[in-house]
Write a protein that binds this ligand. Structure first.
Ligand code: DGL
Length: 261
């Protein structure tokens, strides 16, 4: 059986890209809701409906687990989905706890995410629980989702946007930047250029795949098959060469930025 990865768009490829490295003998389905991206600037009701529709589709594919490779969809829908479906559903939350745990010097942490994630109750709960010294700041950067969907990771417009959003922050006080949206990994080269060297990137990709493996292993669900990936844009199989080339170009960018910390 296959493992599904779901995102509003091509951001979730950053999670799949990591999974392809650590699970070379699994078969994957990647679902990008390209008809409805972006999610982060819509209403929670709209996003809930999109995610429900995507899950109904993925269930027809007889998958053994679904990774919600989208912080925004996790924030809106994962609780209800877990009640509805019996298979493991692995969600993603901005890795603020990881960032706090990593830094014994107690420097500040900046979490960048979508507006829905930043406003959501899930991140509030996370911060109440772990940010006991009020070190975490939240910043919505929705335009990065649009730039990523247009495969623009480093134009002057991207750089200008990031610099403008970061202007109010004194980065000498920050040790970690949490990439709280899976679309943001694509920008690591540009972010690295803009930020001082001591600021490190933290994302939830590794932890998410570790949790996927833990849950599958517990159910004896890990397999030893030739690795394959099927791609879907909002329920339509991606088969056209130019569309597959687009996906390859995203995977190439992810490979380029994979080791940037
Ligand atoms: N990639 C998604 C996330 O991780 C959402 C981006 C969007 O559609 O706004 O939050």
């Amino acid at each position: 059986m296959k493992i599904a990865f779901f995102d509003s768009g091509i951001g979730g490829l950053s999670v799949l890209h990591h999974a392809m490295k650590v699970l070379p003998h699994e078969q994957f389905i990647f679902f990008a809701d390209e008809d409805n991206v972006p999610y982060g600037t819509k209403t929670t009701e709209q996003v809930f409906q999109y995610v429900s529709d995507a899950f109904s589709f993925l269930m027809t594919k007889d998958v053994k687990a679904i990774v919600v490779a989208c912080n925004t969809a996790t924030s809106v829908a994962v609780r209800e989905l877990r009640h509805q479906y019996k298979i493991p559903i692995i969600g993603m939350e901005p890795a603020a706890k990881k960032a706090l745990d990593m830094d014994t010097q107690r420097n500040r942490v900046l979490v960048i995410a979508t507006p829905i994630t930043v406003r959501g109750h899930k991140i509030k709960e996370l911060i109440e629980k772990y940010d006991t010294e009020s070190l975490v700041d939240l910043l919505a950067m929705p335009d990065l989702v649009e730039f990523a969907e247009h495969m623009d990771f480093s134009s002057p417009a991207v750089e200008e946007y990031i610099r403008r959003q970061f202007a109010p922050y004194d980065f000498s006080k920050y040790a970690n930047l949490v990439l709280g949206c899976t679309h943001f990994n694509y920008f690591k080269e540009t972010l690295r250029r803009i930020l001082p060297d001591h600021v490190r990137f933290v994302d939830g990709n590794e932890g998410t795949i570790r949790e996927l493996i833990r849950q599958l292993d517990y159910r004896k669900g890990l397999e030893y098959l030739p690795q394959t990936v099927e791609y879907y844009y909002s329920g339509k199989a991606v088969t056209e060469p130019h569309e597959l080339q687009r996906i390859d170009a995203y995977l190439d960018q992810l490979e380029r930025v994979y080791t940037i910390i």
